[in-house]
Design a protein around this ligand. Structure first.
Ligand code: ATP
Length: 245
């Protein structure tokens, strides 16, 4: 299993009526790697996310998780096979405690965890600890600042121990992305799963990703390290402009 890429998107095409949202897109994320996906509005990033995690079935091509095709599976089935994701909009229960929010992420058919067991709570506490959130365990999620709630959402994704994680614009809307980013990097380092990061915030992409793919009008126009794509003329014209800082 370990010699297979965590995620492979192979020649994926998706059309909505006459709109070609994705055209022969291929990308790969190695086990443990953090890869970025960037591009202008309408480039096809959300469509790609949905092809990987959301149950959207491509018109052509394949999506493989550690070598197994998931392209025709439902979103819940993909989640059970180890695909985790966070959402652009927070999906927390404000009146429930942080700990409850994280344990309820296990309220899906999971292998080997009885609903009312101590193991569930232990796992939830470990997921909170990975992001430095132990002190908030008993606090209602709705009472916490936005940045902390975003970290709680990451804990919700991690408690299910995904083998591959999609991070959908994790720093959007944050007033202090640096503090959040520090906790995010720390948590990802400890948990070590493969990540595909969709993000418009370039310092975050530069900090987190060893490799970056650039989408424009449904096609991959460049890939490489952040430094490589940042000086690619097509990428500068389509997306980054002259200023990436
Ligand atoms: P953003 O950064 O604004 O979220 P994006 O890169 O995620 O953009 P997509 O949302 O994937 O881009 O959209 C790609 C193209 O497909 C766009 O032209 C969009 O209008 C179109 N599209 C996406 N979903 C649908 C749909 N369900 N029906 C019709 N067209 C769609």
């Amino acid at each position: 299993m370990s010699d297979q890429p965590a995620l492979e998107v192979i020649d994926v095409s998706v059309s909505f009526g006459g709109i070609h949202a994705l055209r022969n897109v291929s990308l790969s994320v190695a086990p443990g790697a953090r890869v970025g996906l960037i591009g202008p509005n309408g480039a096809g990033k959300t469509t790609l996310v949905n092809c990987v995690a959301g149950g959207l079935k491509p018109n052509e091509g394949d999506v493989r998780l550690y070598g197994r095709s998931v392209a025709k599976l439902s979103a819940p089935l993909r989640a059970r096979l180890g695909i985790g994701r966070t959402f652009q909009n927070l999906e927390l229960f404000g009146s429930m405690s942080v700990l409850e929010n994280v344990t309820t992420a296990l309220d899906v058919p999971m292998v080997g965890i009885p609903r009312r067991s101590r193991a569930r709570e232990d796992r939830a506490r470990a997921a909170l600890a990975a992001f430095g959130l132990e002190k908030y365990a008993e606090v209602p999620a709705g009472a916490l600042p936005y940045g902390v709630r975003k970290l709680v959402e990451l804990s919700r994704a991690f408690v299910r121990q995904p083998r591959f994680l999609l991070l959908d614009e994790p720093v959007a809307g944050l007033s202090e992305p640096e503090t959040f980013l520090e906790a995010l990097v720390d948590g990802l380092d400890r948990l070590g799963c493969a990540v595909l990061l969709i993000e418009h915030d370039m310092p975050t992409v530069r900090e987190l990703c060893s490799q970056v793919y650039v989408l424009d009008s449904g096609a991959v126009i460049a890939d490489g390290t952040f430094a490589e794509v940042a000086r690619n003329e097509r990428v500068v014209t389509a997306y980054l402009g002259a200023n990436v800082d």
